[in-house]
Design a protein around this ligand. Structure first.
Ligand code: ATP
Length: 659
């Protein structure tokens, strides 16, 4: 850290710069950008270098407003920001993403340095505008609209002279400043050159994020991507143009805008891409079909410059259907019940593809997957999309029914079989599923003697109810599921090998939620089902995407149901997520962003020692009295369920873990 004498020397330097500027002998700022910024600080904003200012962290409410205004952008930026942080965190850098007003709307840093970082203003909600904090990488980047490093004594405020900060602007498709990406370190080498690499890396990621946002904003338009290099255009084409149906340019990214400005076309309301590239519109439209590598060379009008271009097709606006279900349906016909189970996940694509091929074949299917991965949902979708779809779907959970009842449940019983049973006997689930599908969940838990009887049903197509002498013909399709390793059960003599082969006409495997690449789609689908009017803010989405989900989709469903119940103004933020979504992220750097805004909840439930008010005590007593049934507690307190949840948050009361 810097000493008091270093700070004093810095203050004198700036004061003398203000007085003599270029004539200052003691020190001159490292480059023009910094000099211009010092000048603005002294004359425009009237900042006093002898009065260092403490870091200003805005309130939660203000932070939320700033985050909201760039919500869609934060969603797109997340992956790039986290990737950059992984590259630089081991070198001692933290990462700040600020909005165009200099407020840090996303922050990734090491929680071990929490206090130091907070004091230095390297924190979520910190105000790095030049007007408040003086010369800094973020604030000066906003003013100058270009990337820069603000190294140690380049900073205006003497409390920042230990820091090294590097920032790059991110613009929206109209060229307006949208955000600033910054990496900063509390300690660094004295030479500014040590930051050259940081500058290049930050610029690179700022461009990646900017382009990702451009592609997102214009995903429903045709995109022309081009580059000076034929080899790189597909993977990293620098120029992006969004086009309308006539070939006029709707928007251009920074690199493409630079080309337009070089040709003095940047202020024209309509520029046609064919005229810019000296070609016909059909030459552009036919690139994909006419060229072997999907790339074609074009000459830029009035120059000798050649650009190699390719097309990115627009994503259809499918509303509720996942964009990529198109891909799923190109080879197979569209089957909504199955297609809606997933978006773009490789394992799910394979499973759904196989399910489509086999849905009308008379083979039994074995569905494998951890608990809560959607085995029953897949079985229902297969049934619904098959020719048996109009007949019954009967599901039985072999682990949930007591062993003594499984037999009668499945096979039914003849009249007079049981004392106390129905006089007329009862149809078992197998018979009820006649013409339709029987789903045997947790088949690994089926007792051995029933496995033998089931095998007979499958082999002979007949069921013999308990106490009956005459078997009954049945036409059923059996789908079975388990989270167990059946091979191990067979080896242990607990599962019949011949039944396994009979059930396992084909295996469909469901991936764990944490391994799915389409978590975003699942989260949105479940939320829409719970309440279509509720919105999920970017910070909550980040937390949900990063969490491990040991309980898979069922746990995600419960989490969203909980969050929806307690959220206000139809918006779920990270504050509304259960504590465990945070706990498991502790090792993840992104957690810091979230925990700083999340209220501190008390463990399983508030301890007596923590009770601070009669209202808190009354709420706790009521909840306990009703065994944590929120509806019952709300009724007694004569308030709504959301109000109970809100008060629980206010008093830091959470449901006990086993609720
Ligand atoms: N693809 C999906 N889309 C939306 N919701 C899903 C999907 N898959 C599962 N779910 C939801 O997740 C929850 C668990 O699904 P399901 O009961 O099918 O899982 P499971 O693997 O059969 O669980 P278990 O092993 O405990 O029987 C249900 O609420 C279900 O609605």
């Amino acid at each position: 850290m810097h000493s008091a004498s270093q700070q004093r020397r810095h203050i004198n330097t700036i004061l003398s710069y203000g007085g003599h500027q270029a004539m200052s002998k003691s020190y001159s700022p490292s480059h023009d950008i910094i000099g211009r910024s010092w000048q603005r600080c002294l004359t425009e904003y009237g900042l006093d270098p002898s009065q260092p200012r403490p870091a200003r962290i805005v309130t939660h409410q203000t932070l939320r407003e700033h985050q909201d205004s760039v919500d869609e952008f934060l969603n797109v930026a997340r992956a790039g920001v986290e990737q950059l942080y992984t590259q630089v965190s081991s070198l001692g850098y933290v990462l700040l993403l600020s909005d165009h007003r200099g407020i840090t709307v996303q922050f990734l840093g090491n929680k071990h340095d929490d206090e130091l970082l907070h004091r230095a203003g390297l924190y979520l909600g910190a105000d790095w505008s030049e007007q408040y904090a003086g010369t800094s990488a973020v604030g000066t980047c906003i003013q100058e609209q270009q990337a820069l490093t603000c190294h140690r004594v380049d900073h205006f405020d003497s409390s920042h002279i230990g820091l090294t900060c590097t920032a790059a602007p991110i613009k929206d498709p109209s060229g307006q400043l949208l955000a600033v990406l910054d990496i900063s370190a509390l300690h660094s080498s004295r030479t500014p050159d040590s930051q050259n690499f940081a500058l290049h890396l930050t610029q690179l990621y700022a461009r990646l994020i900017e382009d990702a946002y451009f592609l997102r904003r214009y995903r429903h338009s045709l995109i022309f991507r081009c580059d000076k290099s034929r080899e790189l255009v597909q993977v990293n084409g620098q120029l992006l143009f969004a086009l309308d149906e006539q070939g006029d340019i709707l928007a251009a990214n920074s690199a493409a805008r630079a080309l337009l400005s070089q040709l003095n076309l940047h202020n024209q309301p309509r520029v046609s891409l064919p005229s810019l590239l000296e070609c016909q519109w059909r030459d552009i439209l036919s690139i994909t079909y006419d060229s072997k590598d999907g790339t074609r060379a074009f000459r830029v009008s009035g120059t000798q410059q050649t650009l190699f271009g390719m097309l990115i097709e627009p994503t259809p606006n499918l509303m509720s259907k996942p964009a990529t279900s198109q891909a799923l349906t190109t080879q197979d016909e569209a089957v909504p019940a199955l297609d809606c189970l997933a978006a773009d996940d490789p394992a799910m694509r394979q499973t759904i593809c196989l399910a489509k091929r086999l849905r009308d074949r008379n083979v039994s299917l074995l569905i494998l997957g951890e608990t809560g991965t959607g085995k029953e949902v897949l079985a229902q979708a297969i049934h619904a999309s098959s020719q048996r779809g109009n007949n019954a779907f009967m599901a039985v959970n072999c682990a949930a029914i007591p062993e003594s009842l499984i037999e009668s449940e499945l096979f039914g019983y003849a009249p007079g079989t049981f004392t106390g049973g129905r006089a007329k006997g009862a149809k078992g689930l197998i018979q009820q599923a006649n013409g339709g599908t029987l789903f045997l969940d947790e088949i690994g838990d089926m007792p051995l003697h029933l496995q033998t009887r089931l095998l007979r049903v499958l082999a002979e197509g007949q069921v013999l109810p308990l106490g009956a002498v005459q078997p009954i013909d049945v036409d059923i399709r059996v789908l079975a599921a388990t989270h167990c390793n059946i091979a191990q059960l067979i080896a242990a003599g607990r599962f019949r090998e011949d039944l396994f082969y009979r059930l396992n006409g084909a295996t469909l495997t469901l991936p764990a939620l944490k391994a799915r690449a389409d978590k975003h789609y699942l989260i949105q689908t479940l939320l829409k089902r719970i309440n279509p009017t509720v919105r999920l803010r970017a910070d909550a989405m980040s937390a949900l995407l990063a969490y491990e989900w040991p309980g898979n989709i069922r746990q995600l469903d419960n989490t969203l149901t909980f969050a929806e119940a307690i959220c206000e103004a139809d918006e779920i933020t990270v504050h509304h997520l259960p504590e465990e979504c945070m706990i498991h992220r502790r090792e993840n750097p992104a957690l810091l962003t979230l925990r700083q805004t999340a209220p501190e909840y008390v463990g399983a439930s508030t301890l007596e020692a923590d009770i601070q008010s009669p209202e808190q005590q009354a709420l706790l007593d009521t909840l306990r009295h009703h065994r944590w049934n929120i509806s019952a507690a709300a009724k007694q307190l004569n308030v709504s369920r959301p109000t109970v949840y809100r008060r629980m948050r206010q008093y830091k009361i959470v449901l006990p873990k086993d609720m």
